[in-house]
Design a protein around this ligand. Structure first.
Ligand SMILES: CSCC[C@H](NC=O)C(=O)N[C@@H](C)C(=O)N[C@@H](CO)C(=O)O
Length: 675
């Protein structure tokens, strides 16, 4: 087997595993696998079944050009999923294909269309111990019924109107324009035959259910959800709400201005709901995430494992209700932990350095199944022994790709004496006698960690081209305790920057690294840091900034969630930490990359950086207009470069830019750039 990371065509074609569901009997595991289409210009996702016993090879369940996602099992074993496959019953001119709900019978045979609506279906949630399914779908704000909604949509489509009149905030989210569609939860009722029907559970929700995922009690009687409440000055808070399905009653359970609340799983006896409480930030208070146990019959929530200095992500209960299975970022990984509900004591289960997610516990309580990944391998499905923590890789739909190098954990010491940990990717052949160029790649967030595989930020593509890649977890990173977040909060240009410089000092001191040939790079917050680095040091030979924050005062008002950043930084702090004020000190060639449809870090950041680099940096455009800098602009991409053909361009242009400035070599640019 050869490594796929040497060829970008092969890299984008590596199948990508994601998501995991387990049926009630614990005998069927379903995942999704994303592959590139035959033209190489789109990804599509299909559902696959994996043998929980690890004996049979994985088998593909669904086939369609439109793809399938959002799998959920019904009690009898039928599998629901969403797909924008053509509706066999649609009349011509019914409008574009939107995702509908399909049902794959447990007994075999083809999947059939279970529910279609003009506005589409975004997801389905099923109860653990009852035949209850709740569908998430959007309705137009003014609609009074499903028929009215379909008519209004047809009216907008026929008239070619895309305009949205807003009276509130926000108006965009990631790459989506918000409104006039608002998400709603619907009961999925059998209607006889094969077709389901919908009943709106929270008709007065307005935009409150945006970005929320419903959690059903095991008996399906109650639905818990996060609910967004608008506040003064364009702010908002997230409260915890419940919906009594039979009575159609909506009630708020936890609501205050000190925390945001999100529901976790309900205990098997239905008596307790796990709640994630996220401390609301201020300029002085960094985020902090803790768990609460809320009695479902009423009463005050109790903290769970409150002394544990990690941010737990609830995954599932043990079937006897004695413990909660969680994952948490931890020292460059995200292991599985068990929290004893009676004592709050925490026990680490998995011992490897991987990041786990999608943990599904089998009904016997002895075994769990999960996705895990790290910078050694992309997401894969494993079985976890819940007593010993031992893991076994199941027969996955895809093999681990061969890596063109090695991965090491490295330690540095920040200016304040705190430990700064990084992953270091070394390309094959790196040695004292054969020093290699290096790339310092800064993660986004900034609240996050380099602990899980990312197809967007793949250091192995660069390793295959001879580069060492340092992935540092500086101040503001998760998995190192609250102090690591606190020490960078509202001071992005301070500890996060000096931590990265400390890690870079140790990198260039290594015998395999060519200290004269190093570059810095990052996306999103990592792009902010790349921009900040550009204005504060000349030690790098080139800098790549993808979707980077440039002028914080402007970014803080034009991003999709201005209230979030405003809580962290006063106007003074925004100015103090803003890279644009240091443009006059930039003497390093920069590759600026931005997608026009980026609403998280709007294109204005990239446009202004580009103009200011050319007009006000130490390396401005020359008399003839030429410049050492480059701007890679994607008119139809957003914060993330999603199309496979554009991902190839992204990596190619970065490699060509680094080759020019680090190696003094000219690379052929992809002909598709038309240059
Ligand atoms: C609700 S707004 C901010 C959420 C998030 N910040 C977390 O710390 C965020 O989206 N930050 C972006 C600027 C960013 O850096 N995004 C990264 C990580 O999500 C990315 O890779 O897109």
């Amino acid at each position: 087997m050869s490594t796929p990371f040497s060829s970008l065509d092969q890299f984008v074609a590596v199948p990508r595993v994601g998501g995991l569901v387990l049926d009630r009997q614990g005998t069927r595991l379903v995942t999704s696998v994303t592959t590139v289409d035959t033209k190489g210009t789109a990804y599509r996702t299909a559902l696959w079944e994996v043998d929980p016993e690890g004996r049979q090879p994985a088998r593909r369940l669904t086939h369609s050009a439109a793809g399938e996602t959002g799998a959920a099992f019904l009690p009898g074993g039928d599998l629901l999923f969403t797909s924008a496959r053509p509706n066999p019953d649609a009349a011509e001119g019914d409008g574009e294909e939107r995702p509908a709900l399909w049902r794959l019978p447990a007994g075999g045979g083809e999947a059939y269309l279970h529910l279609a609506r003009r506005g589409g279906v975004s997801g389905v949630t099923t109860a653990a111990a009852a035949d209850v399914a709740v569908v998430t779908a959007g309705v137009l704000a003014g609609s009074t019924s499903e028929e009215d909604d379909a008519d209004r949509r047809a009216g907008r489509e026929d008239a070619g109107v895309a305009a949205v009149l807003h009276a509130g905030y926000p108006v965009r989210y990631w790459d989506a324009d918000l409104g006039p569609e608002e998400p709603r939860y619907f009961d999925l009722r059998e209607q006889g035959g094969e077709t389901g029907a919908l009943e709106d559970l929270v008709p007065a929700a307005r935009a409150g259910l945006r970005d929320a995922e419903p959690v059903l009690s095991p008996d399906g009687a109650v639905l818990f959800t996060a609910f967004t409440v608008p506040e003064e000055f364009g702010s908002q808070r997230t409260v915890l709400a419940r919906v009594d399905r039979a009575r159609r009653e909506f009630g708020v359970l936890l609501d205050d201005r000190a925390n945001d609340y999100h529901p976790g799983p309900v205990s098997p006896d239905g008596n307790h709901l796990v709640v994630v409480s996220e401390r609301r930030t201020t300029a002085e208070l960094a985020p902090k995430s803790t768990l609460l146990l809320l009695p479902t019959a009423g009463g005050d929530p109790e903290p769970l494992a409150a002394d544990w200095d990690r941010w737990p992500v609830p995954q599932a209960w043990l079937p006897d209700g004695s413990a909660l299975v969680v994952t948490a970022d931890d020292d460059g990984g995200a292991p599985v932990f068990l929290i004893d509900v009676a004592t709050g004591s925490v026990r680490r289960l998995t011992q490897d350095t991987a990041a786990y997610s999608d943990v599904r516990v089998a009904p016997d309580g002895l075994t769990a199944y999960a996705l895990r990944s790290s910078y050694l391998f992309p997401p894969e499905i494993v079985r976890v022994d819940l007593a010993s923590g031992a893991t076994e890789r199941l027969l996955n739909p895809t093999e681990r790709p061969e890596l063109p190098g090695t991965l090491e954990r490295v330690d540095s010491v920040g200016e304040d004496g705190r430990s700064v940990r990084s992953w270091l990717v070394l390309p094959e052949g790196a040695s004292a006698g054969s020093k290699v160029p290096a790339l310092v790649w800064v993660h986004g967030g900034p609240i996050g960690s380099w602990n899980a595989w990312s197809w967007r930020w793949c250091p192995w593509v660069m390793a295959a081209r001879g580069y060492a890649v340092l992935l540092p977890d500086p101040a503001l990173s998760t998995g190192y305790g609250q102090h690591m977040v606190d020490r960078g909060w509202g001071q992005w240009g301070s500890a996060p920057y000096t931590d990265i410089m400390a890690a870079t000092d140790d990198l260039v001191a290594r015998e395999e690294i060519d200290a004269a040939r190093i570059a810095a790079m990052g996306g999103s917050f990592g792009g902010y840091m790349a921009n900040w680095i550009a204005g504060h040091t000349d030690r790098f030979a080139a800098i790549v900034t993808h979707a980077g924050l440039w002028a914080l005062d402007q970014f803080g008002a034009t991003t999709d969630a201005a209230f979030y950043w405003k809580r962290e930084m006063t106007p003074e702090a925004m100015l103090r930490n803003s890279p644009h004020r240091h443009v006059g000190s930039i003497g390093t060639p920069m590759l600026v990359i931005h997608g026009d449809k980026d609403y998280r870090v709007p294109i204005g950041e990239g446009l202004r950086l580009w103009y200011e680099l050319l007009s006000a940096s130490k390396l401005p455009a020359a008399d003839d207009g030429t410049t050492v800098h480059r701007f890679l602009y994607f008119p139809d991409e957003n914060h993330w470069i999603l199309k496979p053909q554009h991902a190839k361009i992204w990596y190619s242009v970065i490699e060509a830019f680094l080759a020019e400035h680090l190696l003094g070599q000219e690379r052929d640019l992809p002909p598709e750039l038309g240059l």
